[in-house]
Structure formats: structure tokens, C-alpha cells
Design a protein around this ligand. Structure first.
Ligand SMILES: Nc1ncnc2c1ncn2[C@@H]1O[C@H](COP(=O)(O)OP(=O)(O)OP(=O)(O)O)[C@@H](O)[C@H]1O
Ligand SMILES: N[C@@H](CCO)C(=O)O
Length: 295
């Protein structure tokens, strides 16, 4: 049944988790809500002024997804409640894409299950590592087959983990962070990564801080991207020194993430990051198990 109003909440996500470049992602207890309502003409509210226009990614995705369904998109009043900082690295663009696709299906009266939503959103985003956890929740590992099928596996995350997001007051754009990476890597680097991806997932599932500390050491993208984040080296030293088990660039940055066991350590790690620079925003988060909610 087609609807006149749909409200979509999509969680923030941390992609890569250090060693799982373009494969691993984690949904977090922070999110963006987008409410679409049929209207005489389109309008935009609640978002940053630079997004309050027809170039808004949630809106452009809604238009494209409607046309892909063979439907003429209706004008909408789009209202945004965005809790995710725009420094980049917390999957903000994925929240827009997932919401736009979900809204187009709701207005067209076409059922879309979670797997299909991941597939459509991955096509639009270019890789599934943010959209898979954003839709499904939890920790996901995903890949695209040679035929273009997106395969996702969901894994539980131990309740003991807290994820302290450290957000600088500047953005790193994903396309810029991808441009600095080399097009190929030596076999030794590929081998270095593979064992560590499996161990990182296991450590997150079981709450094993020592294993995560050993495993979460990336050589694929972080060495090239660190120079784009002026605070990286100081924050890494401060967060690990305050008891974080691991520290990674969240997605393509500039947000950084410290994985900690328990609330007390998360508080100490957040305080240590703030001492590096009070201009850094910190959020102590947990894993969001439920993913996207559409109502
Ligand atoms: N809340 C939002 N409202 C409208 N557009 C947004 C919003 N958040 C992100 N975008 C769009 O996405 C772009 C940022 O995408 P980018 O992939 O660089 O960041 P990200 O999704 O935060 O990072 P990452 O994919 O590393 O987690 C912005 O320039 C804007 O076009
Ligand atoms: N896996 C992606 C996440 C950011 O969209 C990257 O690191 O470029």
C-alpha cells in the first residue's frame, strides 16, 4: 500500500574497523532521521543550510529510486534530524541513501526487504561496508560477487565494547581519502591483512581486548590516510595510553574511533582525546543491533 508519509531512522556506522577495508562495518547508537511527506512542492528543513536544497543526498536518492521503480516522484517535505557529525567517517552519506531508497519504496507501495535495501544502497554508495550495518545493524562483513550480488554476514558484538568516536572540526571527503591509496599492494600486505580481519571479528564478538590490540593494525589504507587527519597521531597515542584496545580511522575519516572495554575506560579515553584538543567532539557509543527502522 502506498503511503503519504514515511519516517526513516538510520544508524551511524564505522566502516573498515581498521583492517577490514571496504568489507567490515559496525552500526552505532547514534543516527539520522529523515521524514518524507507528500507535499504540493518540495521543501527541506532541519538540515544544515548547505543541504536545504534539491541537491540534498536523501532527496536526490529518493528521486532516483522512485524513477528506477517506474514511478514519477511526488514533491516532498523532507525534514531531517541529524545526530551524526559531518566530519565524515560515520556513514552520514549512507544514512541519506538508505532513507531515500526506503522512502521511494514506501511512496510507490513496493515492499523492500532488508537484503534488497542493502543491495540497492550499495549500488548507489559504491561499496557495502557502511550500508550493510546501517540497514541490518550489528557487525557485518560483506563483499560483492563477480555477478554483482552483495553478500553480507552479520555477527554479534560483545556488550562489553564501547566505541569512542573522536570527531575533528574538519571534513575528509571519501573521494579524497580513496585517491591517496595505491592501486595495488604487495602480497605480503595482503597476507598481513587476512589473518587480522578474522581475528578482529572474533575479538569484537567475544570482547577480547588483547586480541583486538594485536589484530587491529592496518597496512592497507591507514598509512596513506593518516596525513589527511592532523589529529591522528596525537589522538592515537592519547586513546591507547588511556586504555583503548584499538584505534582506527572510522571509514575514510576524519572521525577516528577508539574501541574500549567498559564505560569507565570509554570515559577515560574520551577525556584523553579532549585533552589533545578541546575542539574535538567525542561520543561514547555502543553497537546498535537493530539497524534501520522505517515507520
Ligand atoms: N546529513 C546529510 N544531509 C545531506 N547530505 C549529506 C548528509 N550527510 C552526508 N551528506 C552527503 O554526503 C557527503 C559526505 O559523504 P562522505 O562519504 O564523504 O562522508 P561520510 O558518509 O560521512 O563518510 P564515510 O563514508 O567515510 O563514513 C556530503 O558532502 C553530502 O553530500
Ligand atoms: N570503505 C570506505 C568507507 C568510506 O565510505 C573507505 O574507506 O573508503
Amino acid at each position: 500500500m502506498s503511503r503519504d508519509r514515511v519516517s526513516v531512522w538510520v544508524p551511524a556506522t564505522s566502516a573498515n574497523l581498521g583492517v577490514g577495508f571496504d568489507c567490515l562495518g559496525l552500526a552505532l547508537t547514534l543516527g539520522n532521521r529523515f521524514t518524507f511527506e507528500r507535499a504540493e512542492e518540495s521543501s527541506f528543513s532541519g538540515c544544515e543550510p548547505r543541504f536545504a536544497n534539491p541537491g540534498n543526498l536523501a532527496y536526490t536518492t529518493y528521486l532516483e529510486a522512485s524513477r528506477a521503480l517506474g514511478v514519477k516522484p511526488s514533491p516532498v517535505a523532507l525534514s531531517c534530524e541529524t545526530g551524526i557529525p559531518l566530519s565524515g567517517g560515520l556513514g552520514s552519506s549512507s544514512t541519506c541513501i538508505v532513507a531515500g531508497i526506503a522512502a521511494a519504496h514506501a511512496f510507490a507501495g513496493v515492499e523492500v526487504d532488508r537484503r534488497r535495501l542493502v543491495e540497492l544502497a550499495s549500488e548507489r554508495e559504491g561499496h557495502p561496508d557502511n550500508v550493510a550495518p546501517a540497514v541490518l545493524g550489528g557487525l557485518t562483513s560483506s563483499f560483492t560477487t563477480g555477478d554483482g550480488e552483495v553478500v553480507c554476514m552479520e555477527a554479534p558484538v560483545s556488550d562489553a565494547w564501547r566505541f569512542v568516536a573522536v570527531c575533528p572540526p574538519y571534513e575528509v571527503r571519501t573521494e579524497d581519502a580513496r585517491r591517496v591509496m595505491p592501486p595495488s599492494v604487495p602480497l605480503a600486505t595482503a597476507v598481513w591483512q587476512m589473518g587480522r580481519v578474522a581475528a578482529t571479528c572474533h575479538a569484537l564478538e567475544t570482547g577480547d581486548g588483547e586480541l583486538l590490540a594485536k589484530a587491529c593494525d592496518d597496512r592497507l589504507h591507514e598509512p596513506y590516510r593518516r596525513p589527511l587527519i592532523a589529529h591522528y597521531d596525537r589522538c592515537r597515542a592519547a586513546c591507547l595510553g588511556a586504555g583503548a584496545s584499538a584505534f582506527w580511522i572510522s571509514g575514510s575519516g576524519s572521525t577516528m574511533m577508539a574501541a574500549c572495554l567498559g564505560d569507565a575506560r570509554a570515559a577515560a579515553v574520551g577525556a584523553a582525546a579532549q585533552r589533545v584538543d578541546p575542539g574535538l567532539r567525542t561520543f561514547a557509543l555502543s553497537c546498535c543491533t537493530d539497524g534501520t527502522s522505517i515507520r
